[in-house]
Design a protein around this ligand. Structure first.
Ligand code: ADP
Length: 274
């Protein structure tokens, strides 16, 4: 039996050259569930935000949560990230219970927030080195790997720039690089391209596709159906705390007709502006 721990566990300081997990074509390239939610319920002071949902996410896939505002997407992502305990039900990541083993799980996750929370007092490279120190990666070990990460997101020329000298697209790419400093097995992205111009959006998609190729599991929320179509192997369409359907964009489009936006409108009865 292959244990999850056997497959490309995060190796602090291993850098981008070590980035990637269970590369396609290797003998370990089998599909397995890296996240499992069973009968997940989350209440906030009596409000049921997530209502008894079940899903599993396969190792190496890109999985998207779609749905109108208030559907429960962020709550589910925060539960997987071990920031919110479930009210009821079981959520496991890497086979570990999120309520029992949060630190072990978090050390193997990368999280790219929607908002820019980079430190404006530090340079681009210092932002990465300081973030790496939170994972006990020493400066001496992290310098080479963060330079590789800067090259990966095409910011190598900006290593010594201050954050306020970066464009919005560059900040997004830096946030992506920062989320990779611990060589995560799962990368969690909250609306990774919201607010970006089309060119910058494509640049982020390219990087996420590179990560997919390296077999990093990607979990994202998005309001852009084109983004979900381009990146996601499967999507969960959520509404009012429940999962309406889980399938590949291709299957959903074949089943319901039209593009993914048409499917979304049909299944949720909502417009994308909701
Ligand atoms: P989405 O990400 O799909 O927009 P959320 O998970 O943010 O949905 O929210 C689901 C529901 O839970 C909404 O009704 C929202 O108002 C509520 N909610 C989210 N966070 C909190 C919180 N911290 N306290 C109380 N209610 C919350």
């Amino acid at each position: 039996m292959i244990r999850v721990e056997d497959i490309g566990a995060a190796s602090p300081g291993s850098g981008l050259s070590g980035l990637g997990h269970n590369h396609p074509g290797t003998s370990l390239s089998i599909s397995m569930d890296i996240v499992i939610a069973q009968n997940l319920i989350k209440d906030y002071n009596g409000l049921r935000a997530v209502n008894d949902i079940n899903f599993s996410i396969h190792q190496g896939e890109c999985f998207g949560f779609l749905g109108p505002n208030g559907a429960g997407k962020t709550t589910v992502m925060r539960t997987i990230s071990c920031f919110l305990p479930p009210t009821a039900g079981l959520v496991t990541v890497f086979g570990l219970d999120v309520t029992a083993r949060p630190s072990d799980i978090k050390s193997r996750l990368g999280i790219m927030p929607q908002e820019d929370n980079l430190d404006p007092d530090l340079s681009v490279i210092e932002n990465l080195v300081v973030y790496a120190s939170y994972f006990d990666i020493r400066k001496k070990d992290s310098l080479r790997s963060v330079r590789e990460l800067l090259a990966f997101v095409e910011l190598q020329d900006k290593a010594d720039a201050k954050i306020d000298q970066l464009s919005g697209g560059m900040k997004h790419r830096l946030l992506l690089a920062r989320s990779l400093v611990n060589n995560p097995e799962i990368l969690i992205l909250d609306e990774p391209t919201t607010g970006l111009d089309p060119h910058s959006r494509r640049a982020v998609w390219d990087k996420l596709n590179d990560l997919k190729f390296r077999n990093t599991t990607l979990l994202l929320t998005t309001h852009y159906m084109e983004e979900a179509e381009k990146l996601c192997d499967r999507v969960a369409i959520m509404d009012s705390g429940t999962i309406v359907t889980i399938d590949s964009p291709e299957n959903l489009m074949a089943l319901h007709g039209g593009n993914l936006e048409n499917v979304y409108l049909k299944l949720t009865g909502r417009s994308l502006a909701d």
